[in-house]
Design a protein around this ligand. Structure first.
Ligand SMILES: [Zn+2]
Length: 98
C-alpha cells in the first residue's frame, strides 16, 4: 500500500491532527490516542507533543472556550503554540517577554 506510512516513521502533525488531539483531551483521550495510533502516530509522541504545547487537564479546565482552541504559529518566534483564540497570536514565552 503506497499511502501507508512506513514503519517507524511518524506522520506530521497537521492542524487537523492537532484539532483531534485537543478534542481528545477535552473528551475521550483514549479513543483519540487509538485513532491516531492507527494512522501511524506513536502514543508517546502525541503525549510529548501535547506536553510541549502545554496541553493538559489543568489547561482545559481553565479554558473558558475550548471551541476556539487551536495550535497556531507565534507571530514573533514562529513557534507552534496552543492558542486560546484568534486574538491570541503570541506564544507563552513571547507573551511573557512583553
Ligand atoms: Zn513566540
Amino acid at each position: 500500500m503506497a499511502a501507508k506510512t512506513p514503519k517507524g516513521k511518524t506522520p506530521s502533525f497537521t492542524p487537523a491532527v492537532y484539532r483531534r488531539i485537543i478534542e481528545g483531551f477535552i473528551g475521550n483521550r483514549e479513543s483519540m490516542l487509538r485513532e491516531l495510533a492507527r494512522v501511524g502516530f506513536k502514543r508517546v509522541e502525541i503525549l510529548n507533543r501535547a506536553a510541549f504545547l502545554g496541553l493538559n487537564e489543568d489547561f482545559i479546565k481553565r479554558c473558558t472556550d475550548v471551541e476556539t482552541l487551536s495550535v497556531r504559529r507565534c507571530l514573533r518566534c514562529d513557534g507552534e503554540f496552543l492558542s486560546l483564540g484568534p486574538q491570541n497570536r503570541l506564544c507563552r514565552r513571547c507573551n511573557a517577554r512583553d
